[in-house]
Design a protein around this ligand. Structure first.
Ligand code: NDP
Length: 277
């Protein structure tokens, strides 16, 4: 019987993970079974227990269960601990291991697929939720010159910047600010890690801040030109991207963690990409 994996979330019907992992398995010549589980709200542990009892080897975890999965794991990686969230589980020798690959997936997409270095650049991170927290350590590992975190609830930006300062290399400044404090500062790379786009909204970032930036990156995916990307385009951002590459790269990290081989991502990204126009 093939090894069994699944993605759990609520809702889950439109998850791209089964198609992504099936493509990875084909590309690597591996036989796996990969399904989707609609987790009942408030019932993550019961659903995960049932999957393990049925022989499941690992799970991807999506909204709203990343915090539940963190609590469910017996051991968590440093990135998962810092994010306080788990997006991949591995069941091994009776133990539950938790990882968070969102941040490394994002950095891999930026550095490898989009060919943008973070080292020495000025980086603006909008948002201080789970995705922003997951991005913090992987961003800092790239040694940007400056990382400014801006969030609607400004205390959360300050708390995250404080953690970041403790992990930053010499030569990286980590700061926090409120949207109202963002005047005409300029950045090389701007990341929208807010969930505003999921409601078709724009975080209150002034257009001037996006003027001439090298990359405007929307973490949400599959939505075409979101209000953030539209603003970035009109402000003259040199390159626009959405989170489809991040999605594929975090999936590849999970696949490698489970199966010991890292699949190629190019074809999957090309298939899932929605034009940004
Ligand atoms: P969270 O719910 O953990 O955090 C949401 C963040 O967005 C908070 O910082 C919140 O601010 C902010 N926010 C929400 N609405 C607004 C608004 N109208 N204006 C300004 N700020 C707002 O979400 P996640 O961190 O899990 O997800 C964030 C984004 O990242 C989503 O678009 C999600 O789809 C995407 N994502 C993409 C992945 C990928 O693989 N491509 C993986 C994971 C996430 P406050 O603190 O004030 O509430």
């Amino acid at each position: 019987m093939s090894d069994r994996y699944a993605v759990i979330g609520n809702p889950i019907a439109f998850s791209k993970s089964p198609a992504i992992h099936a493509a990875f398995a084909r590309a690597c010549g591996q036989e796996i079974e990969y399904g989707r589980i609609l987790g009942p709200l408030g019932g993550f542990a019961v659903a995960a227990d049932a999957f393990r009892a049925a022989g499941g080897r690992g799970m991807n975890v999506t909204a709203p269960f990343k915090l539940d999965a963190f609590g469910y794991a017996d051991e968590t990686s440093r990135s998962a601990s810092l994010a306080g969230a788990v997006n991949a589980l591995k069941f091994e020798d009776g133990r539950v291991l938790g990882e968070n690959f969102d941040g490394v997936g994002l950095v891999r997409d930026v550095a490898h697929n989009l060919q943008q270095a973070l080292a020495g650049r000025r980086v603006l991170l909008l948002g201080a939720g789970g995705a922003a927290r997951g991005a913090l350590l992987p961003f800092l590992a790239q040694a940007p010159r400056e990382l400014l975190i801006v969030n609607r609830t400004v205390q959360r930006a300050h708390a995250l910047a404080e953690v970041g300062s403790r992990h930053a290399q010499a030569g990286t400044r980590v700061m926090a600010a409120a949207y109202e404090e963002l005047q005409a500062q300029r950045f090389d790379l701007v990341f929208n890690a807010t969930s505003a786009s999921l409601q078709g909204e724009l975080p209150p970032v002034p257009a001037a801040v996006l003027e001439g930036c090298a990359l405007a990156y929307e973490l949400a995916y599959g939505r075409g030109l979101t209000p953030f990307l539209r603003l970035a385009r009109s402000a003259g951002a040199a390159q626009l991207a959405d989170g489809v590459g991040m999605l594929a790269e975090q999936a590849a990290e999970a696949f490698a963690w489970w199966r010991g081989v890292r699949p190629p991502t190019g074809e999957v990204i090309a298939q899932l990409r929605v034009p940004l126009e």
